[in-house]
Write a protein that binds this ligand. Structure first.
Ligand code: UDX
Length: 437
């Protein structure tokens, strides 16, 4: 089938290539000419495991354009543009609204617009009214992909969610999207059909639950620090109860990225608009606990080193999570910036994110205080402390004995509780975890 994917960020670009992998002829459309030029030459504009191979394998069925007219003649149009956070915390719908307006002249009767972006509840109903005069129809199909696993999550999702209208058109839309996803459905992937509002809410409810789970364990880390308990052992013990589960119970410097932080804020803002703000007031606590984690690292450093001004501190990790070069709302990069503001000379290291990080550091006017490098051992040279801020595998598996010879002062702050604390202590380091010592 001929498909268009409007918006070629992490979500859209991976979705476009994955749909080509399923055998469809796909046109990816984005307003960013650099992004489109890169994708058109088969080069991923961001780091995502497996994505370059997917692009290369499907060049024949993939095309990319900055011109919305390229959507003309496609039967299904996926909407995958970004929904960033507005300054007041609500969701900025500019890109979604613009994309749908720009698409209208190219829609024809029988076309289906499939929303994938994370939007405030009520959006699908509004957009359906915009597209209806063209004879096209609309459904909502939220995406749950995780960065670092985007290809896997798109081609083998846990579940497919369809938000449809409760009429003949909704039945037809379901059948058409089933055709698009036939290869995925053939693998017995659960497919849940529901109304628009429910489908829109599934996405933000899932992300709010995950954020709450992380902040819950980080709250326990605060208690553990006050009592001498060990939050990792606590998580292991409660995680054995499968009603709770061990996943997303890793305490540390908290969640970041392009989704969880903005989605909980956007969801709370929408609930307030709907007059049910009290139902989500707990998300403010989730957010507050999360942001306190970033400050906790600096508190530990001050407790161990005293005055930080003039110290040299290596921060291992800049991306918001491993296997990604994404620095959006990255706790690691926030820590780099606040240390630099406190007069520290920071040597930051990350295997993939030094490029985007150095642009943000420059924009913040902190380039003089921050040196960025890929080599994490080099970054630790003569350091007064090492902070592990992103749990990349090669940080976790670094032999502490080999690091001990580089540093000036053997202090490691494990912001992700990902190191073997005994091995680091045996190598002569003072080890400070987050809710475990
Ligand atoms: C998230 C959702 O998982 C995904 O389903 C949704 O579609 C988009 O948002 P992503 O932002 O890629 O995906 O990252 P995720 O793996 O969920 O991690 C989010 C943040 O939480 C990261 O900063 C990570 O380091 C942190 N995290 C995760 C923890 O601090 N502790 C944990 O136990 C798990």
């Amino acid at each position: 089938m001929k498909l268009s994917v409007i918006g070629c960020g992490y979500l859209g670009a991976v979705h476009a290539a994955s749909m080509a992998e399923l055998g469809h002829e796909v046109t990816g459309i984005d307003v960013d000419p650099e992004r489109i030029a890169s994708l058109a030459t088969g080069v991923a504009p961001f780091h995502e495991p497996g994505f370059n191979d997917l692009l290369a394998a499907n060049q024949q069925r993939l095309s990319f354009s900055t011109d919305m007219s390229a959507a003309h003649g496609c039967r299904v149009h996926f909407l995958a543009v970004g929904t960033p956070q507005s300054p007041d915390g609500s969701v900025d719908m500019t890109y979604v609204n613009q994309a749908v307006s720009d698409l209208l002249p190219y829609l024809k009767p029988g076309d289906l617009v499939v929303g994938k972006s994370t939007v405030p509840v009520g959006t699908a109903e509004r957009l359906l009214q915009m597209v209806a005069p063209t004879g096209a129809h609309l459904m909502w199909n939220p995406e749950f992909l995780r960065e670092g696993f985007a290809v896997e999550d798109t081609l083998a999702p846990d579940r497919l969610v369809y938000g449809v209208t409760d009429d003949e058109a909704g039945i037809k839309d379901t059948a058409l999207l089933d055709e698009v996803y036939a290869a995925i459905l053939a693998k017995n992937t659960p497919r849940l059909v529901m109304n628009f509002a429910t489908a829109e809410l599934v996405k933000v409810a899932a992300n709010s639950f995950l954020a709450t789970k992380i902040s819950f364990i980080n709250a326990m880390a605060e208690i553990a620090d006050a009592t001498g308990a060990n939050v990792t052992q606590l998580a292991d013990a409660i995680g054995h109860d499968d009603r709770i589960g061990r996943r997303f119970l890793n305490a540390g410097i908290g969640f970041g990225g392009g989704c969880l932080p903005k989605d909980i804020r956007g969801f709370a803002a929408r609930a307030t608009e709907l007059g049910v703000g009290d139902a989500l007031s707990f998300l403010q606590d989730v957010d507050d606990i999360n942001l306190r984690r970033r400050a906790r690292v600096q508190d530990i450093l001050v407790a161990e080193l005293g005055e930080l001004k003039g110290k040299k501190i290596a921060v291992w990790g800049l991306a918001f999570k491993p296997d990604s070069d994404d620095i959006r709302d990255s706790p690691a990069l926030d820590i780099v910036e606040s240390l630099a503001r406190a007069g520290v000379h920071v040597t930051g290291s990350d295997p993939e994110a030094t490029g985007p990080a150095s642009r943000r550091i420059a924009a913040a006017g902190l380039s003089d205080s921050v040196t960025l490098a890929v080599d994490h051992l080099g970054a630790a040279q003569d350091a007064d402390a090492i902070v592990v801020a992103t749990e990349w595998k090669h940080f976790r598996t670094t032999d502490p004995v080999s690091v001990a010879g580089h540093v000036k002062n053997a202090l490691v702050v494990d912001g992700r509780n990902c190191l073997d604390s005994d091995a680091w202590k045996d190598a002569g380091f003072v080890y400070r975890g987050m809710g475990r010592s």
